[in-house]
Design a protein around this ligand. Structure first.
Ligand SMILES: *Cc1c(COP(=O)(O)O)cnc(C)c1O
Length: 342
């Protein structure tokens, strides 16, 4: 793939255009694509003070037949509105979100990598912009979408630690919303885990610090002796699109699956009983991130990350549907046809 800025790593390499629309006087107006540029915001803008910020993350792919697929576009649109509702922010109308993503992808189609592992990453964001200090719900907002190419994404095997001191989210809080504060609050415990030699923490429930919730920006799945187990979606876990996709595919592949709470004590016991255990993070970025070891209260346990692991079967199945190799019976691909002469 051609990189316009070859030495700028992913995340700092936006395409030349972005999409934006403003909310004022009770309505969204002026949706448009413009050259990528810095934003001008008042230092008083409410997003800086009280945290009304929400985002999404989704991807567009170039398929072998030359079409472009935006994967689960409507699902991401609906989830952003659920996050906005929780943050008392105005919903973005379906047509503005969908058209915005589609138009930006069309405009930047030449920046979508050709290899099946690459993608154009899309980051829709809504922020409170009303220039006024005072703890209140903003009356003005900005919705924008930036795009950036991602090359081949090698999901490295993760070493994780079960976190039993800090919490990411509590019942009744904002854990299920993709809002900025959830991540800012997670940095300190995550840095501490990094200093101890772990890549990520596995969050546990805020009440008993016993039940596994999720990890970083990924939901988590386990397979114990061939049975997939994933914590149920709840008010404290982000309702991941990838999680939902893989649960559906597990059903198609007749892989037994339990959506239920799983405590780290149960995991510990399963390791001691020498059961075959897989653990993996699931999310839009890497689809599947194998977890090679889990640290539980002073002991590190190794998991199964061999070729034959269930997680790789699930990943291959998802790739086959995304690329068009297998029939998309659920309508997950939002296809944009590009005339071949462009
Ligand atoms: C985005 C995110 C996920 C994964 O969601 P996907 O829709 O699969 O990308 C999981 N957990 C958290 C905290 C997230 O922010």
């Amino acid at each position: 793939m051609e990189h316009k800025f070859p030495d700028i790593p992913f995340g700092a390499n936006p395409t030349d255009h972005f999409f934006r629309a403003e909310y004022k006087n009770g309505r969204w107006k002026d949706p448009r694509i413009t050259p990528f540029q810095s934003l001008i915001l008042s230092p008083l803008a409410l997003c800086f003070h009280y945290g009304q910020t929400v985002f999404e993350g989704l991807k567009a792919y170039k398929r072998p037949d030359g079409t472009i697929s935006i994967f689960r576009l409507r699902h991401h649109q609906q989830r952003m509105n659920r996050s906005l509702e929780r943050m008392a922010m105005p919903l973005v109308p379906e047509e503005i979100f969908i058209r915005g993503v589609q138009d930006l992808v069309k405009r930047e189609q030449n920046r979508i990598p050709d290899n099946p592992e690459g993608a154009l990453y899309l980051r829709p964001v809504v922020i409170a912009t009303e220039p006024r200090i005072g703890v209140k719900i903003s009356d003005e907002y900005l919705f924008y979408i930036v795009a950036m190419p991602m090359g081949r994404y090698y999901a490295k095997n993760l070493k994780v630690k079960v976190e039993t001191e800090f919490s990411r989210a509590a019942e009744g809080g904002t854990g299920a919303a993709k809002c900025g504060g959830n991540y800012g609050g997670a940095f300190f415990p995550t840095r501490r885990a990094n200093e101890e030699g772990f890549d990520q923490v596995l969050w546990t429930d805020a009440q008993d610090h016993l039940y596994i919730e999720e990890s970083g920006t990924m939901n988590v799945m386990f397979a114990i002796n061939g049975v997939l187990i994933t914590p149920p979606s709840s008010g404290t876990i982000l309702d991941g699109v990838t999680r939902n996709t893989l649960i559906t595919l597990a059903g198609d592949l007749k892989i037994p699956l339990e959506e239920r709470r799983i405590s780290y004590r149960e995991l510990e016991q399963a390791f001691r009983d020498r059961k075959t255990i897989e653990a993996f993070g699931v999310g839009t970025a890497a689809v599947v991130s194998p977890i090679e070891s889990i640290h539980i209260e002073g002991t590190t346990y190794k998991t199964d990350v061999s070729e034959k692991a269930i997680q790789f079967r699930l990943k291959r199945e998802l790739y086959a549907i995304r690329s068009g190799e297998k029939q998309d019976v659920y309508g997950w691909n939002d296809i944009i046809s590009i005339p071949s002469y462009t």
